[in-house]
Ligand binder design. Structure first.
Ligand SMILES: Cc1ncc(COP(=O)(O)O)c(C=O)c1O
Length: 406
């Protein structure tokens, strides 16, 4: 059993959430009922999109988005290397190939300059990730997509409740699809709202909306033809059972009602971290870029190169603090190493982030006492984990990409 007492993130379930789920459980529909539609409409309205389609998880939603975008063998999609593997896997599911562009320094969102260099004649889609709740540079990405006739699928699994400012100063809600074709969310318990497992796609395109609904339900369509008997439906393409249940949707709806309060709680805790961590020069808190109303899904820090990150990490874990590393670059995973044979030298910013980053606890129910314990433990661990001077200038990577993949 895990000894983690303070995780890096956790759900907030209150009595009204429990009441909502109980009502769903005692209703006529456990699945394919009215709560799904209500949740979809509420998310669409919250984000300012025309349509939303609920899925059983964010990964299935990304997969469905790639099918709806007609991606297949021979196609390439551009993704950031610093993300959960699902961001790249969705391309692999449909036979397409992920291509990685480097990320920006600071919060590791796609760097449009690197994206521009990654585009080839096979590129069909860009999948930016709004990392830790902070928006990727969508105006620049959508401009590139427009120039090269590419689709854009936003991976906003970290970012329900986030927003960003356009170059002319307008605030744009993540999920409004102002600069994309589809936006994908996840409702895993560590995310900003939860349905246990769950996902959602928002879009403004009526055709994509209809395709997504059909993909979620085996590729089945019920044609509008009054001459058809009442039992008639037809399967027009190969789809899946990617449906969310009404039990999950009930929880989602109840959670959505309090998302702004939960993000405000994250903001207060983040402000406390900012205040307290300035006195530890070895730690840099990664701030959301200006013009970003971050959903603050994760609190990311970077340790100075003279600090042994893994030693600090292990020390905090030993004290029951569930620090995490979001994430090892995707191209380092054996599956992608064996397939794509990429060199880490092509991604200096991703590698820098990976070498020194850590996520520290941030979630609405984190108490200030717990947060103070995290800060005290960090301060102590960092002071114990300094490298000798010569070591900090030349430390061979423990994660040598040239070593054979496991
Ligand atoms: C960036 C990103 N994309 C996709 C996913 C997949 O979402 P899910 O866990 O709901 O399948 C996650 C979830 O961890 C994620 O963090």
């Amino acid at each position: 059993m895990s000894n983690i007492k303070i995780p890096y993130s956790r759900q907030l379930i209150e009595s009204d959430d429990i009441d909502a789920v109980t009502a769903a459980l005692t209703s006529d529909f456990l699945t394919q009922g009215p709560r799904i539609k209500a949740f979809e409409e509420a998310v669409a309205q919250y984000c300012g999109a025309r349509f939303a389609v609920a899925f059983c998880n964010g990964t299935a939603a990304l997969h469905a988005a790639c099918i709806a975008a007609d991606l297949g063998p021979g196609d390439e999609g551009i993704v950031p290397p610093i993300s959960f593997v699902a961001t790249a896997n969705c391309l692999a599911y449909v036979g397409a190939t992920p291509r990685f562009s480097d990320v920006q320094l600071g919060i590791p969102v796609l760097d449009p300059h690197s994206v521009a260099q990654t585009i080839t004649s096979r590129t069909r889609v860009i999948i930016p990730v709004h990392f830790a709740g902070s928006a990727a540079p969508m105006a620049a990405i959508s401009e590139l997509a427009g120039q090269h006739r590419l689709l854009v699928i936003e991976d906003a699994c970290h970012a329900l409740g986030g927003a960003y400012q356009s170059p002319d100063g307008q605030w744009i809600k993540i999920g409004s699809c102002r600069h994309s074709d589809m936006t994908v969310f996840s409702f895993h318990p560590v995310k900003n709202i939860t349905t246990g497992e769950g996902g959602m796609i928002t879009t403004n395109d009526p055709q994509l909306y209809q395709r997504l609904r059909s993909i979620r339900h085996h590729g089945i369509v019920v044609p509008e033809n009054e001459n058809n008997p009442a039992w008639y439906y037809e399967m027009r393409s190969l789809g899946y059972n990617f449906r969310m249940t009404d039990i999950q949707a009930a929880l989602g709806n109840s959670q959505l009602g309090k998302i702004d309060r939960m993000i405000a709680a994250r903001q207060n805790l983040f402000a406390r971290y900012r205040q307290e961590l300035t006195s530890i020069p070895e730690i840099k808190l990664l701030e959301p870029p200006t013009r970003t109303g971050s959903a603050l899904h994760l609190c990311l820090i970077q340790l100075q190169p003279n600090i042994r990150r893994d030693e600090v990490f292990n020390s905090l874990r030993a004290q029951g603090i569930g620090v995490q590393l979001h994430y090892m670059p995707i191209y380092r995973h054996p599956y992608y190493r064996n397939w794509l044979h990429l060199s880490a030298a092509n991604f200096p910013h991703a590698e820098h982030y990976f070498a020194h980053a850590m996520s520290i606890p941030l979630y609405p129910s984190l108490t200030t006492t717990e947060q103070d314990f995290v800060i005290r433990s960090l301060r102590a661990a960092v002071s114990q984990a300094r490298r000798p001077y010569e070591d900090s200038h030349h430390h061979p990577s423990a994660y040598d990409l040239d070593a054979p993949a496991r």
